[in-house]
Design a protein around this ligand. Structure first.
Ligand code: ADP
Ligand code: MG
Ligand code: ZN
Length: 582
């Protein structure tokens, strides 16, 4: 999950200025398909919606685990209309609650909300409407649900169902934990005949178990949707000149399209947004360091206007429901598979073809490996952190179907080819990199495990410098031993060795690459190494390619971004392990 900002709604007046919509004849006897069509204007149910709706209409509890944007709301809205009585919806965010109520009223549904933004008199009016049965859906904040006053109201109302939206908020160690959610079961228990539905897009097994336990849903019908997003094309490329690569992408593949470009630091967001605008691309920056008013305006423009490119940190995206985002590009590695899935998932909500692009470099891999070495103390934490980072690097470097890798991580099996990812449509060549790996690792060892890729590649390719001669490294055995490969290829070798864990790096200590146990297995010839040939960039990049590749540096911005990423990962891990954040 993303950080939840409990922000006040824009206009709190909406609920009482509008006259209550006139209710249509009656939804009561309509089949769900007819309600879908006549009220919401959609022709067909999406996967799983019908199943959840039928469960509730039969009076049974349901637990819906469906991805963001898959249409969970209709799963409780339609049964609330068809069943007699009011559907009570518990929702954690005032802003989301208000948006849904506004949308429902626009299609003539009698929807209301009760939360702290309403003046007492207005709340009393809503309560009277609900008690009088002139309400189809009543949205409440969890703290409101628990009040004595609301308990009395519930007893006076005819109830269609209880819906608990964003049900992962019940899980204690998640990002979005809401203590009030723990009390929900004690309220719904008082109405055993009223069906309940819990909904969430959060997939990890620990949270799933928590939801079932804390909301007393052991007997609920579970509907678990596939997390596949078949219309998203996944593509992962090596970063060379990321600005140029991005510009090529925007000009040649996404001219005039709406999209999001994710970057790790605010500084990079500002710089790249400005640069894109200079190049004639309609780009806007978004990050938590911008004025709240600027952020609001940029978000609004992105939603309302066509073809804007949002250049943003991960602060952007939560609750964004823009169906026609045609691409999401990551110019820095996301924190984990979960983050990648969530962020790329904002593309193509309308079901039309969309693309997820990820560009990364040796420097990104070094940063990830540094994170893996950072955590100390708690062993359980350390091992999950290493697994998560390792999983993502493995995914990036893997020659297998991206869709299979991504879904497999979430426990869903998938039979490739998907024909909708880079590895399926342009299969990657691999080569026997054992000798190259031995040369590279040996060079690391013989130069004292103090240097990064740039220097090591100079030694391997036999480019002596004054410094190298001073250190005597022009006389070691590996000097010039790697002239069979281009510097760019050596760059790729080092990246892949680091990503696979055959080599260690620790930027924080400002030390060079270091050997580990796996390195020695390779050096001893006990472990063959299969390497990938990196695919060419998007198209030939304009401008000169750096022969030496990107430099591995450790700026303050990179450092703080690294710590921020570690913080997010720790939260993820605490949820997975069901322990407090460490
Ligand atoms: P979730 O809560 O799962 O993130 P929402 O309920 O907010 O998703 O729905 C996302 C979007 O999908 C909304 O714009 C909604 O109107 C649309 N939608 C839902 N069901 C259908 C359907 N059967 N056909 C077309 N659009 C749908
Ligand atoms: Mg929702
Ligand atoms: Zn594939």
């Amino acid at each position: 999950g993303m950080p939840v900002e409990p922000e006040a709604p824009e206009s709190m007046a909406a609920d009482w200025d509008d006259p209550a919509p006139v209710p249509p004849a009656s939804y009561r006897d309509m089949p769900p398909e007819t309600v879908l069509d006549t009220v919401f204007g959609y022709q067909t149910f999406r996967d799983n919606q019908k199943m959840v709706i039928d469960t509730l209409l039969a009076g049974r509890d349901a637990f819906a685990l469906m991805p963001t944007g898959s249409g969970k709301s209709l799963c409780f809205q339609i049964p609330s209309l068809i069943r007699p009585g009011v559907g009570v919806v518990v929702s954690p965010l005032i802003a989301l609650m208000q948006d849904q109520v506004t949308d429902l009223r626009q299609v003539g549904v009698r929807a209301h909300f009760l939360n702290s933004s309403l003046p007492a008199a207005e709340a009393a009016r809503v309560e009277a409407i609900a008690a009088g049965g002139q309400c189809d859906l009543l949205y409440v904040a969890p703290e409101r649900l628990l009040t004595d006053r609301f308990q009395r109201l519930l007893s006076n109302m005819k109830l269609a169902l209880f819906a608990i939206d964003e049900a992962h908020c019940v899980s204690q160690w998640g990002h979005d934990f809401r203590p009030e959610y723990l009390q929900i079961a004690s309220v719904t228990q008082r109405f055993p005949g009223v069906p309940r539905i819990a909904l969430t897009a959060t997939a990890d097994p620990a949270t799933r178990r928590d939801i079932v336990e804390k909301l007393h849903l052991a007997g609920a019908v579970r509907v678990v949707a596939s997390f596949d997003r078949p219309n998203i094309f996944y593509r992962i490329r090596i970063k060379q000149n990321d600005k140029r690569q991005l510009l090529t992408l925007l000009r040649e593949r996404h001219g005039g399209h709406a999209g999001i470009v994710y970057l790790r630091t605010r500084k990079r967001v500002d710089a790249i947004a400005r640069w894109l605008r200079e190049k004639g691309i309609a780009a806007l920056p978004y990050h938590a360091g911008l004025d709240a008013e600027v952020r609001r305006r940029h978000q609004q423009r992105f939603l309302m206007e066509d073809g804007l490119v949002m250049v943003a940190t991960i602060a952007f995206g939560m609750g964004i429901d823009k169906p026609d985002i045609r691409f999401v590009a990551h110019l820095d590695l996301p924190a984990s598979m979960e983050a990648y899935y969530q962020e790329t998932g904002r593309a193509g909500r309308d079901g039309q073809p969309a693309e997820a692009w990820l560009f990364y470099s040796l420097a990104d891999v070094v940063a990830m490996r540094t994170l893996q070495n950072l955590s100390s103390g708690n062993e359980a934490f350390k091992s999950v952190l290493q697994r998560k980072l390792g999983a993502f690097l493995g995914f990036c470097e893997s020659p297998e179907c991206r869709r299979r890798g991504l879904l497999g991580y979430f426990g869903e099996s998938y039979t490739p080819p998907c024909n909708c990812c880079d590895n399926c449509t342009e299969p990657v060549d691999t080569w026997d990199g054992t000798i190259a790996a031995q040369k590279a690792l040996s060079c690391v060892y013989r130069t004292g495990q103090r240097f990064g890729a740039v220097y090591l590649i100079d030694v391997l390719t036999g480019r002596a410098s004054e410094r190298m001669e001073r250190l005597g490294h022009h006389r070691i055995k590996t000097f010039g031993a790697g002239q069979d490969l281009e510097p760019k290829q050596w760059h790729s070798v080092f990246r892949q060795l680091l990503a696979a864990g055959y080599l260690d790096a620790d930027m924080a200590a400002r030390s060079g690459f270091r050997l580990n146990e796996s390195s020695w297995n390779i050096l001893r010839g006990e472990q063959p190494v299969r390497l990938k040939k990196d695919p060419e960039p998007v198209k030939a990049t304009a401008g000169k390619k750096s022969a030496r590749g990107s430099r591995v540096t450790f700026s303050d911005a990179a450092s703080s971004a690294l710590w921020e990423r570690l913080r997010q990962l720790r939260l993820d891990i605490s949820r997975e392990l069901n322990v407090p954040p460490y």
